[in-house]
Ligand binder design. Structure first.
Ligand SMILES: [Zn+2]
Ligand SMILES: [Zn+2]
Length: 265
């Protein structure tokens, strides 16, 4: 199983997870043309996609979903709350999921995880092929024991490190927006992300990716620094997802797992 991102941040998100001939896209915050270009850079075309999953209806996650699903007739999966959003338009095959039940797409099993965020029914996703597990956890303002439990045994983890609290408070955002971003239904800050990493099992973790980083309220070294102190690892061990290109394919393998153990030993 492998995963990558075509872009991450408040201007557009998209994550790909592939196992054999099953490939799913989680969120699409890009125009159709932009999306096709970004996908081509990862060596795929929309015809490779078996499904689009949506985490929530904010435009950086949903903007491109309607046009993509209509042009290529790709099924779209999302919660009942997300499906109510008028911005989706007509979707040829809309699959409304129960946000507390696992579902199957090809050879991937997907567990939706409800998170605290200011959307109608936001769900993040944990995806497994039976051997390895990838967890995507962005766009949440706070952590709950339920979330920690659902993400406890990931081999690949995409974790939101949206902002540094003091940069946000000093920064250019209007007061109301600062309150929203920092609030319990906003976005995860560097320290929350680091705390989360101390609460889950990390022995099996092969890749950790810092995602949904604010261009104005964070710096890469701050986001990575917090993760490194939580995991007791080097900066080189942390992958940064950026707005322009996301990050490259990460392959989960048994060999990678052994190499990781050696590095940590
Ligand atoms: Zn977002
Ligand atoms: Zn959001």
């Amino acid at each position: 199983m492998r995963f990558c991102s075509i872009g991450s941040g408040s201007k557009g998100n998209g994550t790909l997870i592939q196992k054999g001939d099953t490939c799913i896209l989680i969120d699409d915050g890009f125009t159709l043309k932009e999306f096709e270009n970004r996908l081509a850079q990862k060596g795929l075309t929309p015809l490779n996609l078996g499904a689009v999953l949506i985490t929530h209806e904010h435009s950086d996650h949903i903007k491109g979903v309607g046009p993509l699903a209509r042009k290529y007739r790709i099924p779209v999966y999302c919660s009942h709350g997300t499906a109510q959003h008028e911005g989706l338009g007509t979707i040829p095959s809309l699959q409304v999921i129960d946000s507390h039940c696992d579902f199957q797409i090809g050879n991937l099993t997907i567990s939706p995880v409800v998170v605290p965020h200011d959307a109608r029914e936001p769900t993040q996703f944990v995806v497994t092929d039976g051997e390895f597990t990838v967890g995507i956890l962005t766009d949440l303002g706070s952590l709950t024991p339920y979330i920690v439990d659902k993400y406890r045994y990931c081999h690949g983890l995409l974790i939101e490190t949206n902002h540094d609290v003091s940069m946000l408070r000093r920064g250019p955002y209007p007061p109301k927006l600062k309150v929203r971003v920092e609030g319990p239904l906003g976005h995860l800050n560097n320290e929350q992300a680091a705390y989360f990493l101390t609460q889950i099992e990390t022995d099996q973790l092969q890749y950790v990716v810092a995602t949904h980083i604010s261009g104005q309220n964070n710096q890469e070294d701050l986001a990575i620094g917090n993760i490194c102190s939580a995991l007791k690892c080097d900066a080189d061990d942390v992958i940064m997802a950026n707005q322009e290109t996301g990050f490259d394919w990460c392959e989960l393998t048994f060999q990678q797992q052994l190499d990781n153990k050696k590095t940590l030993a």
